[in-house]
Design a binder for this molecule. Sequence first.
Ligand code: FAD
Length: 343
Amino acid sequence: KSRRPSPRDVMPEKDWSDYRGILIVVEQRNGIAKKVSWQLLGEGRRLADKLNTHLSALVIGSNVSALAKEAIYRGADQVYLCDSEELKDYRTRPYSKVCLTVIGQYKPEIVLMGATYTGRDLAGAIATHLPTGLTADCTQLDVDEQRLLLASRPAFSEKMLATILCKQFKPQMATARSGVFLALPLDPTRDGDIIPIASQMKEDEIVTRVLDFLEQNDYVSLEDQEIIVAGGRGLGGPEAFALLQNLADALGGVVGASRAAVDAGWITHDHQVGQTGSTVRPKLYFAIGISGAVQHVVGMQNADMIVAINRDPNAPIFKVAHLGIVGDLFTLVPALCTAIKAQ
Ligand code: FAD
């Protein structure tokens, strides 16, 4: 049987040797960068040093020159800065056009961005246009001696780690989860070039405009939190989340949840930690009444300190916890709250 030709069959062999360097697309909103962008700059620095090449950042937005400087302080050798009132808010077409201009002109061999809603949208649009491969939602990145990007992402419900290579096309592209890589500390002594990029959006090419944002008041962004107090099915119902909220308030943190608690309708999805929720890297993570399924653990295992409370001494969560307390959460959590407040 004859099969349909794939792009690999019909694309002529190409010499990609003029593609060099790593490009990180910095995501921002109202001049504040997403943490994942700085985390990717940290990881990009490591990969660039390994490849003996340069690390660039692309900053797009309006009044974002301070971010360009910060990108240099956080590891970039140079920053492409596209600063225009027209680019204040993210939209696929204008932003992907800027990215395609920079990629076409400066030819990076690797392009990375956060696996956020925006990053997923933008990376897909760019990869389709070029066309090249894109590995989405990576949790590990590396490079080999042939300058191939080894982009690894969980597969089969987090049970396997698949390493995906894009051998035939450049740039090699990947999006990466927030909270898995470490940002470099700010170093204001670092120096680098800021290269202005003109926004070439013509008036008649602008298809959509953002007129306003309606912020959801009670929306929780877990990714940037330092203390998370998460609860699971062991809470037995939505009421018990008030206990966790007390503990979170006493510690200055926020409440998280397992998928079981979210699926049961006890708390909204923005609180969910894990494969289909947020990946977090707080200083302190409480897992209360959470068994420690692999899909939950992948979202919180990088926390600096994990404290687990579970009445089952064999619960898998104790394998990743730094401190485990075997007991009933309904006794332990109020006692903990009282002790913290008394201090
Ligand atoms: P359970 O596994 O039921 O654990 C409840 C725990 O509470 C038990 O260990 C029990 O001993 C303890 N307990 C009960 N009563 C008490 C008490 N009074 N005091 C102390 N301890 C008590 N899960 C996620 O969390 N996040 C995800 O993003 C996610 N994505 C998924 C994606 C896919 C494709 C799939 C297949 C699954 C996903 N899951 C996810 C679900 C995951 O497999 C588990 O089902 C889920 O994490 C279990 O939640 P839990 O630990 O709260 O509940």
